[in-house]
Design a protein around this ligand. Structure first.
Ligand code: ADP
Length: 472
């Protein structure tokens, strides 16, 4: 099968969250299984500088969207996947992918409708012609509408990596995206009088997938449906939850060059050094006999960061250490800074994006905190387990599908799950602090997590099934 992926992110050089990691791994896993796979992304500054793409002579016309409607094509190749990037420096040669200082760039509509329309235009030239276009998240949510409007013989799959971001714009903007009038209606991109990119993709795509079975269920109910639960229920027959994997080669503590020492199950001395190095790097007092809790996250309410801030003093009082790496909501950043200043020996907060440090936190922390209120899949809990940090997580979405509650009797399980509220978090921390006092149990829980196989190969047959249902 020939599949074209379209997305706004690609790890490691154009990454904000898990979407980038998935785009760097799932297409390759499908290519490895024998499919013809390509991927279109914008030529973000980081991708241009990466050297992975080369400029070609080819330019495409992108009708109906934005000014000066041409895009130069850049090409590359990675792990059997043909990479394409659309060069439009006025849109994509920017310091960040989506915005700065917690505010989106004001021309998101133009940037991403241009990307979506450009990708569809490119699909006409990609050899061999794709049978499927897989669109990822709201940024490229107009792709199914363009494909249908042009009458192209291509089926579309909309993959929801996060329902919380939908791309909503005023109705007046509809005339700027170059779609026929009839698409602005409840069966199309219209949602309660506004244009909603993601809703349009869900309604129009031939199939919808999301990144874990639990999330697929949860988003059909009001509590976690972000307003789209009824739309999702209506289209429930074409909705599938397929659990993400991780790149087990890219994320491997036995070979990771960002770590002070490497380690693996059965040879864990290196991890002790990573732990000590982390204390030093973060500038906290050596934890000695007390546990280090780590976090690597976008700083948002959805991730439950406010719950951690509220519980940080108590955690510090009980002797725990907290090391956090994150960026995002300015108010949460401020509060994090304040807590770190208040408890400099026990709480350290690094604001910003730093992949090396992220890896060193996975490798050096004893526990990994992720009290998400909603979690489509979550990759960091898998990285944490792979690197030996025991996850303490909200019992939602993909966290439920990847973390198994530790059971001291059977010695089965990989972490701790709790209801993502202040009391729930306290309960989760209690259980973590209790197991900390039982080194044999810690060792067993850690080993269970490190021994898990999160390869993408497991997801491939599920995606193939979706594609087959559309093409046969
Ligand atoms: P989401 O996509 O909702 O942000 P995921 O857990 O699926 O959450 O993926 C987050 C990805 O982004 C992981 O690869 C994680 O390591 C990375 N990440 C998040 N914040 C940072 C940061 N501040 N520095 C480095 N990496 C980060």
């Amino acid at each position: 099968m020939n599949i074209l992926f379209v997305a706004a992110e690609l790890a490691p050089h154009a990454k904000v969250g898990g979407l980038a990691d998935v785009m760097a791994a799932l297409p390759q896993a499908l290519a490895k299984a024998g499919h013809g796979v390509s991927l279109v992304v914008p030529l973000h500054r980081g991708l241009r500088r990466s050297g992975e793409f080369r400029q070609t002579e080819r330019e495409i016309e992108v009708p109906g969207v934005g000014e000066g409607r041409r895009a130069r094509i850049w090409e590359g190749e990675r792990g059997g996947v043909s990479l394409f990037a659309l060069e439009r420096d006025d849109y994509f040669d920017r310091a960040q992918l989506y915005g700065e200082g917690g505010v989106d760039y004001p021309d998101s509509l133009e940037r991403f409708s241009f990307l979506a329309r450009g990708a569809v235009e490119l699909a006409r030239y990609v050899e061999p012609t794709p049978e499927i276009i897989q669109v990822n998240d709201w940024h490229v949510g107009l792709v199914p509408a363009y494909v249908k409007a042009l009458g192209l013989p291509i089926r579309t799959v909309c993959t929801v990596h996060n329902l919380g971001y939908q791309g909503e714009f005023p109705a007046e903007d509809f005339r700027r995206v170059g779609l026929p009038e009839g698409v602005f209606r409840p069966e199309g991109v219209e949602f309660y009088g506004k244009m909603n990119f993601l809703k349009g993709a869900i309604a129009i795509a031939d199939a919808v997938t999301t990144v874990s079975p639990s999330y697929a269920r949860e988003i059909q109910a009001e509590e976690r449906g972000h307003g789209l639960h009824e739309v999702l229920r209506e289209h429930g027959g074409k909705l599938n939850g397929i659990l993400n994997g991780i790149d087990m080669v890219e994320w491997n503590p036995a070979t990771d060059g960002a770590l002070k020492k490497n380690f693996k199950v059965g040879s864990m001395a290196g991890r002790v050094e990573c732990r000590a190095a982390l204390e030093k790097e973060m500038g906290i007092e050596p934890a000695n006999g007390r546990p280090i809790f780590g976090m690597v996250t976008r700083l948002t309410r959805e991730k439950g960061v406010d719950l951690v801030w509220a519980g940080a003093e108590e955690l510090a009082r009980r002797g725990g250490r907290l090391v956090v790496l994150g960026a995002g909501d300015p108010a949460l950043e401020e509060e994090g800074k304040r807590l770190a200043q208040l408890h400099p020996k026990r709480v350290a907060v690094r604001l910003g994006y730093d992949e090396g440090l992220a890896r060193r936190i996975f490798a050096g922390a004893d526990f990994f905190l992720m009290p998400s209120r909603s979690e489509p899949c979550g990759l960091t809990q898998m990285y944490a387990m792979r690197y030996g940090a025991i996850p303490v997580v909200g019992n939602v979405g993909g966290l439920r599908d990847t973390v198994e509650e530790w059971d001291g009797k059977t010695k089965k399980g990989t972490g701790f799950l709790f209801v993502p509220t202040a009391e729930g978090l306290t309960g989760g921390l209690d259980r973590a602090l209790a197991i900390w006092d039982e080194p044999a149990m810690m060792k067993a829980a850690r080993r269970n997590g490190m021994s898990k196989d999160w390869s993408w190969g497991a997801a491939v047959p599920s995606y193939e099934k979706v594609y087959r249902s559309l093409t046969s």
